[in-house]
Ligand binder design. Structure first.
Ligand SMILES: Nc1ncnc2c1ncn2[C@@H]1O[C@H](COP(=O)(O)OP(=O)(O)O)[C@@H](O)[C@H]1O
Ligand SMILES: [Mg+2]
Length: 183
């Protein structure tokens, strides 16, 4: 079971950006990352952390008005391009068509990040990393990462993701005794 959710918490925007950077080192060309969470959850903070680690030499802002921003990654990055979508202002399927959404969700030369993916539910690909961010206090965020589908097709990448996230504080699965001390 290498593809169940990995849950961590961060205690500051900076820590979420560092988590994004750790995630960036796990990503491969062709990957799609869905960034799910309320307004102000930290989706763009996470996206900026990913972009910075990929060597994107531009200011990454929420592309709310453009729906998508495209960036060249750094020369040393194994990933050539970064596509950053924000579907908050998506109106209809014609909007998706106008930005070439079908190609953006199978990015041959890069990685695609999608904020507000639920606005395009019917058009989402079968395969993505779901990142769910929820507020757990003014500066606390719970971040759950789930490779989808959970059918084993991610192979050992689920384990690789767990390793990348190991340095962030993990949340014990519900019901497990937090205070259990071995011995
Ligand atoms: N642990 C944290 N991780 C990310 N953002 C945080 C955290 N704590 C506080 N924040 C604040 O929450 C806001 C997140 O903004 P943003 O990333 O633009 O949200 P979104 O893109 O999800 O709407 C920022 O103002 C940021 O400073
Ligand atoms: Mg945003």
């Amino acid at each position: 079971m290498s593809c169940e959710s990995i849950e961590v918490t961060t205690g500051s925007p900076g820590e979420t950006a560092v988590l994004g950077a750790a995630l960036a080192r796990w990503l491969r060309e062709g990957d799609v990352v869905l960034l799910h969470g309320d307004l102000g959850a930290g989706k763009t903070v996470l996206a900026k952390g990913i972009a910075q680690a990929l060597g994107v030499d531009a200011v990454v802002a929420s592309p709310s008005f453009a729906l998508v921003n495209e960036y060249d990654a750094g020369l040393l990055s194994p990933i050539a391009r970064l596509y950053h979508l924000d579907l908050y202002r998506l109106r209809d399927a014609a909007d998706l068509e106008s930005i070439g959404f079908a190609d953006l969700v199978s990015p041959v030369d890069g990685v695609t990040l999608i904020e507000w993916p639920e606005r395009a539910l019917a058009e989402l690909p079968d395969r993505y990393l779901l990142v769910e961010i929820t507020s757990a206090g003014p500066d606390q965020r719970r971040i759950a990462l789930t490779p989808v589908p959970a059918d084993g097709s991610w192979g050992n990448r689920g384990d690789g993701l767990r390793e990348r996230m190991a340095s962030f504080r993990s949340i014990p699965p519900r019901g497990e005794d937090r205070h259990h001390v071995a011995g």
